[in-house]
Write a protein that binds this ligand. Sequence first.
Ligand code: NDP
Length: 301
Amino acid sequence: MTDNAPVSRTPVSLLGAGAMGTALARAWLAAGHPVTVWNRTPARARALAADGATVAAGAADAVAANRLVIACLLDDASVGEALDGVGLTGRDLVNLTTGTPAQGRERAAWATARGARYLDAGIMAVPPMIGVADSGAYVLYSGSAALFEEHRDTLAVPAGTRYVGTDPGFAALHDVALLSAMNGMFAGVAHAFALIRREDVAPGAFAPLLVSWLTAMAPAAHQAADQLESGDYRKGVVSNLAMQVAGNATLLRTAEEQGVSAELLRPYLDLMARRLADGHGDEDGTGVIELLDLRRARPAA
Ligand code: NDP
């Protein structure tokens, strides 16, 4: 091979040309990977032909075209529907469809029983971040380590990669845990804006304060992890639960004064108050995790 010879890139079959599938396809095509795409509604797949993709007439044709098959469909049920009756022997199926840990494990067993290697995944990005260097986009992967190692360069084209273990449920577990934390943050942001919006405070002036405060507080997750790992919720406490609960009364009273519903705030504050009532005032707030654990052994009545 001469220096000028084209480098052959792993061909990819992609099931799903929705917003995310289209972004993925464009990233692989731009990097020189041949892409065969199938979409339930053919027009969306055809739009990718202009970028150089080969459009498959059916999901089975797309799967037959290449060993590496990527699914990026709406939900787990749509993956089952699209691949119903499609032979997977010898395929490497990477499922970028958002699902639950149990769905990831079941889909792995389902694919393995059909002769495929399987990798589950969770995309930590929105479509405009895909294929953009330094956008911070990454994809969590779990399942077949051999599949991941073999295709890691191809998988790294649209976004960064984080392999989180052989348990095929782990990608979804990490994905959903991160998304759940994000929702808690957005709930707090919504409440904060609700407090200021009827006052002479410009949201645009308030937003930088909000961002820098949340950014400064985020590393508290490391402290929580340390306390969870040591089993000691009193380790390194700066603001103990008793003090925090006393302060929470001010948060609730301010919401009332401002005519703002505390419905986003109250569930978390109620948990803190319960943990305090259980006698854990000298702990950090991390101890509320105990109250969320529905599998925890309950004391006998
Ligand atoms: P879209 O709604 O844009 O596309 C959904 C895709 O699923 C389309 O290709 C649609 O086909 C297909 N589909 C739906 N139902 C079926 C079915 N029963 N059988 C076959 N195909 C079906 O969603 P996205 O592309 O944005 O999302 C795809 C996956 O990526 C989802 O799991 C999503 O959670 C995940 N994701 C998306 C992000 C985002 O910001 N968009 C961020 C992170 C993850 P058709 O065109 O025929 O309707």
